[in-house]
Design a protein around this ligand. Sequence first.
Ligand SMILES: Nc1ncnc2c1ncn2[C@@H]1O[C@H](COP(=O)(O)OP(=O)(O)OP(=O)(O)O)[C@@H](O)[C@H]1O
Ligand SMILES: [Mg+2]
Length: 340
Amino acid sequence: MYDVIAIGSVTRDVFFDASGLSTVPWKKTQSGRGIVLPLGDKIEAKEIYFTIGGNSANASVTFSRQDFNTACVGRVGRDVAGSEILNRLKKEKVYAGMISSDNKLPTAYSVLLLKNGERTILSYHGSSNDFSLDDFKLGDLKAKWWYLSLAGSSYKMYGKLLSYASREKIAVAFNPSGYHLKMDKKGILSSLKHISFLVLNEEEAAILTGIPFSNERAVFKKLDALMPGVLAVTNGSEGVTVSDGHFVYRASTFKEKKLADRTGAGDAFGSGFVAGLMKDGINLSNISRISEKEVKEAIIYASANATSVVEHVGATEGILTARELKQPRWENLKIKVEKL
Ligand SMILES: Nc1ncnc2c1ncn2[C@@H]1O[C@H](COP(=O)(O)OP(=O)(O)OP(=O)(O)O)[C@@H](O)[C@H]1O
Ligand SMILES: [Mg+2]
């Protein structure tokens, strides 16, 4: 049996150094700026980095580097990008034998333009998009934990996956994709009773609850009432707020030495948190009795992993090994605890 199985998307990620490109103000965008690319011209990139991404690949690399027996489940195409993903996962000692190959669509592929630690992503979802229950045997997915994030139409298997997990006493960590949130908010809300760890960023928490995050108390109250497990709401470099149903924990972040690329911070945080829980022997049967010390430890694992990831280009490059996590750098994080 695996300690943990990550189920979701796997992608080929290619980063181009776009530091030479200009930006212009663009109010509608999240950053308020846009990258300018002259139509019809050729632009030379000084550097290029080939790596892998997708939440399932990213999370499984965290678990394996923390020495857990890990499998990754997803779908690739029958192409070079797909074989590269499988090879990289095998090198990471992640079991990739349950990743299916699609003979119709190419592997999900992202081109990321990097400028000043920020990035613009051109993404093609390909074979990851309609990854479904036909791609694997549910009976092969026995584990202590699952890490679940279902992109594109693969969200349709969510209900069946959760029924299996609760029958088999598998603790489920869940990070809903944007599309899943858009398509089935109601289904997600009513499923939270089966979720042991839910991780959302502030925007996702507001979408799921229908409550603006400025009313943080109401957001937590609504979600806490629906789930027995732990909830983390992240806010980029500002840090995170976590609730275990009894206490609220507010943590800042470990300061990064240099922001190289923030791709994968969310996945590094979510999977790092679950790795912290697993290290303390937390599972489905004891998650509702988690101690303050155990929650704090999970927050430290998660934050250290996320900071290390943003210091490297790519979503998996900076993921910490068990040895790296022991460095004194990751010892002290400011965490305030309040009664709910
Ligand atoms: N620049 C940073 N420096 C340090 N820590 C960071 C930084 N960015 C993110 N983190 C850590 O990672 C956590 C998750 O980041 P964030 O809120 O950006 O997730 P996200 O929106 O899900 O990101 P993603 O785009 O990867 O899905 C934060 O709560 C924080 O602890
Ligand atoms: Mg995210």
